[in-house]
Every structure is written in structure tokens, then in C-alpha cells.
Design a protein around this ligand. Structure first.
Ligand code: PAF
Length: 309
């Protein structure tokens, strides 16, 4: 089995290790010559650090513009990069290719299923914790699991070869609900921590932030309910508090993106929720305010970036 991976960030590298260890051949698809050069400088391998233990794994790389056919593709790019990244390799995708999307946010998965029909598409979420300390070098921050399910069909199979992976891979028949649950958690934690510049745990200890988070959660639940989505067996606020406690010392991915002046996934997280609300004729004052605030902070960075070039 030969799996290509689009997106050589922390989750892309973790998955490369899992797939290599399962016996698959793994090739990263890199966007341009400069990324290929960085990959060559890294010794054409990925390095994973787990506490004091370090392991290196040799993988291949190919440029997006190459011509070799792709029959198995894992996409671990940032959510907003999904469509442009896929379109850069469209000429290589076999008509019966299997595509796995392992990303935050909602909306892009349905768009991929529509645009790349009749290929088989799986969507997934992961609770693995990892961060990239340098290109192709990843630090493992917590062992989690990968939950995957096919889009647009009820057949419960994993993509080719994934049953051989020696890690928790959960086959989920109702992946849409799993994506909604992850979306709800991200909507409740990410923008608020990003605006406040605080750790996830501060949402629990600061009464003002907890109250705000409760308001945000109530709105998310209203939309999920209107869309017929059952979220958790407990109220969303309680589920979010549990995750915030488990990740109390972490800075959310959105806060890290803002601090490093990178584009955030706000449009695929709170943006998706607000678009759903608009379609339903509903308003979400708390979530809309967060969306506006993150958009304006991002725009400031871009404007600054453009001015300094
Ligand atoms: O995006 C993140 O940072 C994480 O998904 C989560 C669960 C909010 C914890 O930081």
C-alpha cells in the first residue's frame, strides 16, 4: 500500500509514522522546490520526540506538480488549505482514489466529497496531541485516537491498510456527528482563548470567562439542535469544561496561530457555525462577536505583513 500525505505538520508526521510502522510506503507531497530542499536538508526523514525518546523514520517526498498517480491520499493540511492543496494534485488523483481528511473544522469535507466524486472520501478527527518543533520534527504531547468514517455512505470500512495500524483507530459510522462534537469543542475553546491570550484552563478559573463560555456553548447547542445533531450526553458546557481541564496548561491551536501571525481556522470553526445559523435564520451574538474579533486580528497581521514586504 502506498499512502501519500498532503500536509507535513504535526499530525501529518504522526500519521506518517503510524502508516510506515503498519508496513505502508509513505510519500509526503510537498508544495514546491523550497519545501523539497528543506526536506532534503532534514535528511529525508521525520523525527518524533516523546519525552527523552527520539525516533527517526525515512519517508519519500514528491512535488505536487509531479505526475505519479495517487490512489491513497491522506490530507492533514490546515482546514482552509484543503481545496487549494487538493487542486494542486488533481491531475494525479486516480478516478478510484481513496481520500482521508483528518482536520479541524467543518464544511470542507462536504465540499471535497462533492468536487471529487465518485472517489471514496473518509473524514476524521484525532485527539493525538503533537506540535511541530521544526520542519519534519514533531514532539508528541499525548497519545490519543483517530476516529474515521466514510462520507456519503453508511458502509463501515476503514481505508485500505488502516486496519493494520497499531494504534487506536475507531471506525465511526456516524462521522458527521463526531465532526460536530469536535467542532463544538473547538468553537467553545479556541476563539475565546485566542482573544484572551490565555491557557485553556483559565476558562475554568476566571468566573467572567466561564460565564462567557457558557453563553457561547448555549448558542452552539441551539444550532446543533436545529440541525438535528445530538452532541454529548451531558450539556456541552460540561463536556467543554472536561476538555479544558484535561488540556488546562495548553495554548489552543488558534491562539498559537494568532501569536505566530498565521492564518487561523476560524472560518471552518466559528465561521461554519455562523453560516449554519444564517441559513437557519438564527443569530449567535457571542459566536459572531468572536468571529469578528478573530477576523480583525488576522487582517491586522496580513496588512502588517503586506506593508513590510
Ligand atoms: O485546537 C485545539 O487547541 C484543541 O483541539 C483543543 C481541544 C481545543 C485543546 O487545546
Amino acid at each position: 500500500m502506498h499512502w501519500y500525505i498532503l500536509g507535513a505538520g504535526a499530525i501529518g508526521c504522526l500519521c506518517a509514522e503510524l502508516l510506515c510502522n503498519s508496513g505502508a510506503k509513505v510519500t509526503f507531497i510537498l508544495r514546491n522546490q523550497s519545501q523539497l530542499q528543506t526536506f532534503n536538508q532534514a535528511g529525508r526523514q521525520i523525527r518524533l520526540r516523546d519525552g527523552d525518546t527520539c525516533c527517526s523514520i525515512s519517508v519519500d517526498a514528491s512535488a505536487a506538480a509531479d505526475n505519479a498517480e495517487i490512489r491513497h491520499l491522506l490530507v492533514t493540511t490546515k482546514a482552509y488549505d484543503t481545496l487549494p492543496a487538493l487542486s494542486s494534485i488533481q491531475h494525479r488523483l486516480a478516478p478510484d482514489a481513496q481520500i482521508v481528511l483528518l482536520q479541524n473544522g467543518c464544511g470542507q469535507q462536504q465540499e471535497v466529497a462533492r468536487l471529487y466524486f465518485p472517489r471514496q472520501i473518509w473524514a476524521g478527527i484525532t485527539t493525538h496531541g503533537a506540535w511541530r518543533e521544526a520542519p519534519f520534527q514533531v514532539v508528541r504531547a499525548g497519545i490519543g485516537q483517530i476516529t474515521l468514517g466514510p462520507l456519503g455512505t453508511s458502509q463501515l470500512t476503514l481505508p485500505d491498510g488502516w486496519e493494520k495500524i497499531d494504534a487506536a483507530i475507531i471506525a465511526e459510522p456516524d462521522i458527521k456527528s463526531a465532526l460536530w462534537r469536535k467542532l463544538a469543542i473547538n468553537c467553545a475553546i479556541n476563539p475565546l482563548t485566542a482573544i484572551q491570550g490565555c491557557r485553556n484552563g483559565d476558562l475554568l478559573t476566571d468566573p467572567k470567562l466561564s460565564l462567557l463560555m457558557r453563553g457561547i456553548c448555549d448558542e452552539i447547542e441551539q444550532i446543533a439542535h436545529a440541525r438535528g445533531q445530538q452532541l454529548f450526553t451531558t450539556p456541552l458546557f460540561d463536556a467543554v469544561c472536561e476538555i479544558a481541564l484535561l488540556t488546562a496548561d495548553n495554548f489552543s491551536s488558534m491562539l498559537q496561530d494568532l501569536r505566530q501571525e498565521r492564518q487561523t481556522e476560524i472560518e471552518q470553526i466559528t465561521g461554519f457555525l455562523c453560516r449554519e445559523a444564517a441559513e437557519l435564520g438564527m443569530t449567535l451574538p457571542h459566536n459572531q462577536r468572536l468571529l469578528d474579533q478573530i477576523r480583525s486580528q488576522q487582517n491586522r497581521h496580513y496588512t502588517k505583513g503586506e506593508g513590510s514586504e
